[in-house]
Design a protein around this ligand. Structure first.
Ligand code: NAP
Ligand code: HSE
Length: 425
């Protein structure tokens, strides 16, 4: 079985190394001897993390997808331009394609899966979501008896690594990001990690498989980690929470919601204790109840593990995702953001005047929002009070309207910070 790889960087190099290291195991499980024969790279003279002696290297990726000796193409380059053209060409040439490229699947997956179906080949992408965790296979196979009610996950390793290092070691955001890039965790454009776009790509894929609907990346409400400040981390800790960047998808009354944002989680929850580059996804099925999947969310060999699992499935003929079934799925209606119910954390900087806290809580009360917990820090040198509030569960539209009203008061000294809280009950 000849394999061609597009891209021999972190993931591509990891795939070659794991295929070498676990040759016997993989041959036993797949029942075939797998040969990576060709690899396309941008710069042929560059040093690689894997041996290249048995590989024909080329700077022309079309030479790989048009090679008649190659049966399966691994797209491990990234991007949505050239990568899309190459995947299309490979599928049209009757080759199975495996990709780790969540951006490509989230934005062009519907048409690429249709193309795979038309050409009677597979397009698989286990490595696109949560690195080494076999979460797509778990949803498709292990949980196939369930209606999935919700899932919530830490699905970007770089973001979780940054938040953990900032919290535990007080390190600077930019410094930790540089380390994540050096370790091969970050995307080619790291704003995808930091601004939540990568997590949104992954959430769109998860929701599509969990709920059986089309990929609808444009419907994911997305917020990154860049606005989380040290003071939020301190307040959250005192209130009994950890701040994690979560992707959440829920299905209620025939409508789905997909959102990616920083979230306060009670410290006692397992997800609150998933640190560093590790990812975890909580999935609630209506038969099995809550289940949790944990593992490395990025990195060369962890991601290679998921790519090779797809390879073994194709070779054995045990592909789990029913691509033909997928194509009959339709777009599902979405819950309007204003209607999404959530508990909220508010952080306010207010002048230290009598009655300020009462004014804030009475505006909240006008919107039927009650205060579940409040902390007021000592007055600072500018005579301002630092206040954190946890509310009850309310509609997002109602919360935003109340915060707009609070913001208009002269005693408010900076933009009120709002972060979602999830109890994950
Ligand atoms: P990477 O280390 O930057 O590797 C990209 C590879 O693609 C490099 O070998 C590069 O060649 C090659 N390449 C880029 N443009 C090319 C072109 N025009 N022609 C030929 N080769 C080209 O990236 P990566 O981290 O492995 O990520 C690859 C994909 O996997 C991305 O879609 C990413 O989102 C996804 N992914 C990554 C991880 C992770 O932990 N890194 C985890 C899950 C999924 P040169 O080496 O010569 O520059
Ligand atoms: N940049 C991604 C992350 C790679 O940090 O999670 C794994 O998909």
């Amino acid at each position: 079985m000849n394999i061609g790889i597009l891209g021999l960087g972190t993931v591509g190099g990891g795939v070659v190394n794991v295929l070498n290291k676990n040759q016997n195991e993989i041959a036993r499980r797949s029942g075939a001897s797998i040969q990576v024969t060709h690899a396309a790279v941008r710069d042929i003279s560059q040093d690689r993390i894997c041996p290249t002696d048995n590989l024909e290297l080329t700077q022309d990726p079309f030479a790989v997808v048009n090679n008649t000796d190659i049966a399966i193409v691994l797209e491990l380059m990234g991007g949505t331009g050239l990568a899309k053209e190459l995947v299309e060409a490979a599928l049209k040439n009757g080759k199975h394609v495996i990709t780790a490229n969540k951006a490509l699947i989230a934005t062009h997956g519907n048409e690429l899966l249709a193309l795979a179906k038309d050409n009677n080949v597979h397009l698989l992408f286990e490595a696109a979501v949560a690195g080494g965790i076999p979460i797509l296979k778990s949803l498709e196979q292990g949980l196939s008896a369930n209606k999935i009610e919700m899932l919530a996950g830490i699905i970007n390793g770089t973001g979780n690594f940054i938040l953990t290092e900032m919290r535990d070691k007080g390190r600077d955001f930019a410094d930790v990001l540089k380390e994540a890039q050096a370790l091969g965790y970050a995307e080619a454009d790291p704003t995808f990690d930091v601004e939540g776009i990568d997590a949104a790509h992954k959430l769109a894929i998860l929701a599509s498989i969990a709920f059986g609907c089309e990929l609808q990346f444009d419907k994911v409400s997305t917020e990154g980690i860049s606005k989380i400040e040290g003071e939020d981390v301190v307040f959250a800790t005192e209130l009994g929470y950890s701040i994690k960047h979560l992707g959440i998808a829920k299905q209620t009354d025939g409508k789905i919601q997909m959102r990616v944002h920083p979230t306060l989680i009670p410290k006692t929850r397992l997800l609150a204790n998933v640190d560093g580059v590790m990812n975890a996804v909580l999935v609630k099925g209506n038969a099995v109840g809550p289940t949790l999947y944990y593992g490395a969310g990025a990195g060369d060999e962890a991601t290679a593990s998921a790519v090779i699992a797809d390879l073994v499935d194709i070779i054995k003929g045990t592909v789990s995702n029913d691509i033909l079934g997928w194509q009959s799925f339709e777009a599902m209606p979405h819950q309007a953001v204003d209607d999404i119910e959530s508990i909220f954390y508010l952080r306010l900087l207010a002048s230290d005047k009598p009655g300020v806290l009462a004014d804030i809580t009475s505006i909240l009360a006008e919107h039927n929002i009650s205060v579940e917990a409040v902390i007021q820090k000592q007055i600072d040198a500018q005579n301002n009070a630092h206040i954190a509030i946890i509310t009850n569960s309310v509609k997002t539209g109602e919360m935003n309207a109340a915060v707009d009203k609070i913001q208009k008061n002269d005693f408010i000294q900076e933009t009120v910070k709002i972060i979602h809280v999830e109890t994950l009950d």
